[in-house]
Design a protein around this ligand. Structure first.
Ligand SMILES: Cc1cc2nc3c(=O)[nH]c(=O)nc-3n(C[C@H](O)[C@H](O)[C@H](O)COP(=O)(O)OP(=O)(O)OC[C@H]3O[C@@H](n4cnc5c(N)ncnc54)[C@H](O)[C@@H]3O)c2cc1C
Length: 350
């Protein structure tokens, strides 16, 4: 069965969804094909046992992220300040007490989306009824008769006048076959575009009360000594649900989840006392599945070849375009980059 659309957007993350919404505002029929069973991609808010919105993916942004801020306003979503008051900890060695420091008030503080970052992609999805197809992994793009045919793992074929690939470029090169093949120079670049946060491990903890705040701690921790490498207070906007979120060190991926949880709680027990053991829930996510990278990814320095000039060009006779945060010429890798990339493509498509 073949279905038609004007613009096919591969990937239902922030960039693909924003692009679809911008095109719909220009009355251009755009269809989002998303490989997984959910929208949001690297934005992934879950609800803890106590209903606390907890971020397994993108969490923070700042005042410089003006395009993201405008999008939030347009979608009537609110933001709030990341909590950072009190004593923060820096653990350099496991056998020495942590250094204590205070984070000075910043001119460029970090914000979070009220209710969770996923509110943003949920709001976009609501603007796009019937335009989004889940569990639709694009495997091949074929140029034929002035159109592009998109083949999917589920067997459905889409025909589009233009296609925007809003997935990490390195993943696109590994997971999608192109007929005819892409220019060699582009293939070389695609394989080397670093995918922001691929391989990162984010964790969340939920607590019945903010015991650390009561003891004068900010909840902020940086460590070279334990499984947790970075951690922040994750209390909700209403300040009635409490917890932490942060990153585990890269080696933690080799442990099973229950061992990771045990090591996290052990580290916090040593640093913040036995209250840390009263967690209501622990979740973590290793960002290494087929929706962010495939096969043996080429590891590159952060943001390597992001926003590369070849990613700004069109291919297959002006029918094929690259989008997604790694193609942005400013703030690539971040949510701001995802929005910028969508805006730039929306101006060129249709
Ligand atoms: C752990 C973590 C923490 C982060 N923290 C922050 C932060 O604090 N602040 C910040 O600004 N940014 C942060 N980011 C980055 C931010 O999440 C990204 O910049 C942004 O979400 C990228 O959006 P995107 O649409 O470009 O790509 P993605 O979110 O990766 O979306 C791509 C979509 O394409 C789908 N897909 C993949 N292959 C196919 C295929 N073959 N066919 C169809 N669909 C496909 C995927 O399932 C996915 O839904 C973080 C990311 C992670 C992982």
């Amino acid at each position: 069965m073949k279905q038609d659309t004007t613009v096919a957007i591969i990937g239902g993350g922030l960039s693909g969804l924003t692009l679809a919404w911008l095109l719909h505002q220009k009355n251009i029929r755009a269809t989002v094909l998303e490989a997984s069973g959910r929208l949001g991609g690297r934005i992934h808010t879950i609800s803890g046992c106590d209903g606390t919105p907890m971020e397994l993916g993108a969490t923070w942004f700042c005042g410089q992220h003006s395009n993201l801020l405008t999008l939030l306003r347009d979608l009537q979503q609110e933001k709030f300040l990341q909590y950072s008051e009190g004593i923060s900890l820096f653990q350099t060695k496991s056998f020495e007490p942590p250094q204590k420091f205070f984070v000075p008030a910043s001119e460029s503080p970090s914000y979070r989306v009220t209710g969770g970052t996923q509110k943003l992609t949920d709001a976009l999805a609501q603007k796009l009824p019937d335009a989004v197809h889940l569990n639709t992994r694009v495997t091949a793009i074929r140029e034929t008769n002035g159109q592009l045919l998109l083949e999917t793992a589920c067997g459905r074929v889409w025909a589009a006048n233009q296609v925007a690939i809003c997935i990490p470029p390195q993943l696109a090169a590994a997971a999608i076959t192109f007929h005819p093949g892409l220019p060699e120079a582009l293939q070389t670049v695609l394989a080397t575009v670093q995918t922001w946060m691929a391989g990162a491990i984010k964790f969340t903890l939920e607590y019945p009360e903010p015991f650390w705040r009561k003891e004068g701690y900010s909840g902020m921790l940086y460590s070279h000594a334990g499984i947790i490498s970075e951690m922040y207070d994750h209390t909700n906007f209403e300040e009635n649900k409490f917890g932490f979120t942060g990153f585990l060190n890269g080696g933690a991926a080799s442990y099973p989840p229950d061992i990771r949880k045990t090591l996290v709680l052990q580290q916090l027990n040593e640093l913040l006392g036995a209250n840390a053991l009263s967690a209501l829930s622990y979740f973590d996510k290793v960002w290494n599945d087929a929706f962010i990278h495939e096969g043996s990814p080429v590891f590159q320095r952060p943001h390597h070849n992001n926003g590369h000039p070849l990613l700004q060009e069109s291919f297959m006779n002006e029918k094929l375009y690259f989008g997604g945060t790694e193609t942005a010429t400013a703030f690539p890798g971040y949510m701001e980059g995802a929005v910028i990339a969508a805006q730039q493509l929306a101006a060129r498509l249709g």
